[in-house]
Design a protein around this ligand. Structure first.
Ligand code: CAA
Length: 380
């Protein structure tokens, strides 16, 4: 766990090479203009990066979450937006793999793993973000169908996804009234509202979904009625590890950039890295990144062993993305005035880091999850 195997190093190098050649050339322009490129998503699918932990029988690489984190860290070093694309496209795979019927798996997993279909996850609503169980979107059973009505907000890949795992209310209030559904991107009655003009992750589209009498087959329900909240929470336990791994990659990119800069930039006749004020800052950044990576690897390892991991996943998400915020902010500081301009990528890293403290559950929600686990352990 402390040392990558030869195969994992080879995988990391292959991903890094691909990202340098394929993602890097357009990363700045796409950030500027908020462009998502489906062809890059498909190219990642051809490389196998989209289905790392999905079983081979369903078109994935059949590796572990550990390897998935290694892949995400490398992608995030070049583009946090595409790391989040891979992570979010992974959520439907996790959900269908864990809770889907054989038909649902056969229909969607190979396409999602190959990049032939883009996946998304629709939980949040305008009035229910952290309190996801208070959602208002309804799914009314009519014969062999469900009719969905409501609005989903902050949906990554909204408008471009081929499949959304959509949570909607089939029963009474609260989490127990929620069910999970496969919502095809081309369903009649599904339309797309505002595309957010975001501070960061600008190559990753975030769009409102409007569901107006959307009719889907009852066979699209995932699990039993009333089990949808558990489905969403279980998926987020896994998703939080992937956001954490992306946070580590982003932090590492920021540190490496700031470190190289500090060895080249001279003030008072010497490289600024030779000032203790700067080298201690870089050392603190490195300590935080290394601790975050270990926590991410532990969460992934626990998951791969089939051991409970929700608590450590929340810790990893919290620590790694708080680290990303602090390290990218310090990277800007090391570059001084230059860091604050678009001449260098550190300002993008800082903007991208901010949202990582928010997506897949705010870091306040992660602390709530951790606090509840602690309380359960201490209760007599
Ligand atoms: N796994 C499986 N089931 C779980 C679970 C988990 N990790 N956590 C809770 N549940 C189950 C509970 O067991 C309970 O079911 P039972 O009563 O049958 O036991 C049910 O879910 C309700 O649980 P809680 O009482 O704990 O629910 P709550 O209302 O108190 O909410 C919460 C808990 C942790 C605050 C949850 O609402 C939450 O995680 N909120 C944050 C939402 C979130 O992360 N949103 C991210 C949006 S998606 C995104 O960002 C992706 C993207 O596009 C980038």
């Amino acid at each position: 766990m402390f040392q990558l195997t030869e195969d994992q190093v080879d995988l990391a190098e292959a991903v890094a090479g691909f990202c340098r050649e394929t993602l890097a050339p357009t990363v700045e322009a796409d950030d500027e203009h908020q462009v998502f490129r489906p062809e890059l998503f498909r190219a990642m699918g051809e490389q196998g990066f989209l289905g790392v932990p999905t079983p081979e029988e369903h078109g994935g690489l059949g590796l572990g979450y550990f390897e998935y984190c290694v892949v995400l860290e490398e992608i995030a070093k070049v583009s946090a937006s595409y790391a989040v694309t891979v992570a979010v496209n992974g959520l439907p795979q996790v959900i269908l793999g864990q809770f889907g019927t054989e038909e649902q798996k056969a229909e969607w997993l190979p396409k999602l793993a190959a990049g032939e279909a883009l996946g998304a996850f629709a939980l949040s609503e305008p009035e229910s973000g952290s309190d996801a169980g208070a959602m208002k979107t309804t799914a009314e059973r009519r014969g062999d169908t469900y009719v969905l009505n409501g609005t989903k907000f902050w949906i990554t890949h909204g408008g471009v996804a081929d499949i959304y795992i959509c949570m909607a209310r089939t029963g009474g209030p609260g989490p127990k009234g929620v069910s999970a559904f496969i919502l095809p991107g081309d369903a009649t009655g599904l339309s797309f509202g505002k595309k957010e003009n975001k501070m960061g992750l600008r190559a990753s589209p975030t769009v409102e979904l409007v569901l107006d009498d959307v009719v889907i087959p009852a066979a699209n329900r995932i699990g039993e009625e009333g089990f949808g909240f558990n489905v969403a929470m279980a998926a987020l336990d896994s998703g939080r590890i992937t956001i954490a791994a992306s946070g580590v990659g982003l932090s590492q990119a920021a540190l490496d950039y700031a470190g190289v800069y500090a060895t080249e930039r001279k003030q008072f006749k010497k490289p600024i890295i030779d000032f203790q004020g700067v080298s201690f800052m870089l050392a603190d950044m490195a300590c935080k990144i290394e601790s975050s990576r270990l926590l991410v690897h532990k969460a992934a390892w626990l998951r791969d062993q089939g051991l409970p991991y929700a608590n450590i996943a929340a810790m990893a998400k919290c620590v790694a993305t708080d680290t990303a915020m602090s390290v990218t902010t310090d990277a800007v500081q090391v570059l001084g005035g230059y860091g604050y301009t678009k001449e260098h990528p550190v300002e993008r890293y800082m903007r991208d880091a901010k949202v990582m403290q928010i997506v897949e559950g705010t870091n306040q929600i992660q602390r709530l999850v951790i606090g509840r686990h602690l309380k359960r352990g201490w209760m007599r």
